[in-house]
Design a protein around this ligand. Structure first.
Ligand SMILES: [Mg+2]
Length: 390
């Protein structure tokens, strides 16, 4: 079997306005990667580009990576990963290139599973057939307020979620806050209001964990300063508290926060960089992104690093249904998966893209698709609707 074509599928979905500590979202986008073989088997993956230009991603994929892929045996996934890494080593290793490599890698695992007649999670060892999840919600939005946040959290608890994550850190009046560098600086809150948001969510999440995501917006010193307040508000896990480059600061705040575990970093990539996170003692929970961190091949190694220190993994997922399905397969194969991120924002890329949506049990543990490969079929109608010409 040989790879004969690599196709980029750029998708866009108009979204209700929402924001985290840094960004302001008006549309969601995805770059799907389709790998076509001479035997009629095709694989699908997603390169998670984090707001980067889809046109740039498509051009790099088709002009730069595809030539190294055409003619290769798609079942030699590790070989292909290493080949792409070294062909791009002077300008890649992280960022956009690693995101595109991740999308290719997921598509190759899809092909391998289809060729073997097995779901990917079983090819990887098949630890569990479903994965517990947390509701990822609690974004800021103009006029949303505390009541809007409460209603949203309640809605998710009623669906069966036990654990909830909300956004924090959109506090533009804080000296040195990075929101001033972003295109939209509106609908921020004061630190006191932000703490009230956390306390309001905590009051509703009675049994499960409360996760709070700062999206790296606060400095490590600021987090230590507000450490007692975060504990008083009942924060269990603090996600990406500070800048990814400030591993020393992250390690320091992690030691000083009492009873709060630090999770990160979705924006870090590659097993060697995760190795440094662990060497520095910067995190309690590893949070790689499958469409960004290096695909299934690399994220499996990252999870093994966690296992070597008896640390759990919680896959980050804020992409399309393809991204979520791939994350589920890897998460279900790992003994150290705790919970996976399940975005509950309105997101057509997540809710409309599959011909048969992914299903969960009453406590929102998601069943892993049992069909060969990723076990998913894309809805042609949704693809047509969301396709965006570049
Ligand atoms: Mg995050």
């Amino acid at each position: 079997m040989k790879i004969i074509e690599i196709k980029a599928i750029p998708l866009r979905w108009e979204s209700p306005r929402m924001g985290d500590a840094l960004i302001d979202v008006k549309a969601r986008q995805a770059l799907l990667v389709r790998v076509v073989t001479d035997k009629g088997l095709e694989g699908i993956g997603e390169a998670f580009l984090y707001g980067c230009s889809l046109r740039a991603g498509k051009a790099l994929l088709e002009d730069h990576l595809a030539p190294a892929l055409i003619g290769e045996d798609p079942t030699r996934i590790e070989w292909i990963w290493q080949k792409l890494f070294w062909r791009t080593v002077a300008h890649g290793r992280r960022g956009l290139i690693m995101g595109l490599m991740s999308g290719v890698d997921i598509a190759l695992w899809d092909i391998l599973g289809k060729a073997a007649g097995m779901p990917v999670y079983k090819l990887l060892g098949g630890y569990a057939d479903r994965v517990p999840s947390y509701a990822s919600c609690g974004f800021y939005a103009p006029g949303k307020g505390l009541d809007g946040l409460r209603r949203e959290v309640e809605r998710n608890l009623q669906k069966g979620y036990r654990h909830v994550k909300i956004k924090a850190g959109r506090t533009p009046k804080m000296p040195g806050h990075p929101l001033r560098c972003m295109p939209c600086t509106e609908y921020g809150v004061s630190v006191e209001e932000d703490l009230e948001r956390m306390a309001a969510a905590r009051a509703l999440v009675k049994e499960g964990r409360l996760l709070v995501d700062l999206n790296a917006a606060w400095s490590s010193g600021t987090i230590v300063h507000y450490g007692r307040d975060l504990a008083r508000c009942g924060v269990d896990w603090l996600e990406e508290p500070t800048l990814f480059e400030d591993l020393e600061g992250c390690a320091r705040l992690r030691r000083q926060l009492r009873g709060i575990l630090v999770m990160g970093f979705e924006t870090e990539q590659g097993v060697m960089n995760y190795g440094r996170l662990l060497e520095q003692g910067a995190v309690d929970i590893l949070q790689p992104d499958i469409g960004w961190g290096g695909g299934i091949t690399e994220c499996r190694k990252i999870a093994a690093l966690g296992a070597a220190q008896n640390k759990p993994v919680s896959m980050h997922s804020f992409g399309s249904a393809v991204h979520f399905a791939a994350s589920l397969h890897l998460a279900a194969s790992l003994p150290n998966t705790e919970i996976i991120e399940s975005e509950t924002n309105e997101n057509g890329l997540r809710s409309e893209l599959l011909a048969r949506p992914l299903e969960a049990d009453g406590e929102m543990s998601f069943f892993v698709p049992e069909g060969p490969g990723l076990g998913i079929t894309l809805s042609e109608a949704a693809l047509e609707r969301m396709y965006t010409a570049l």
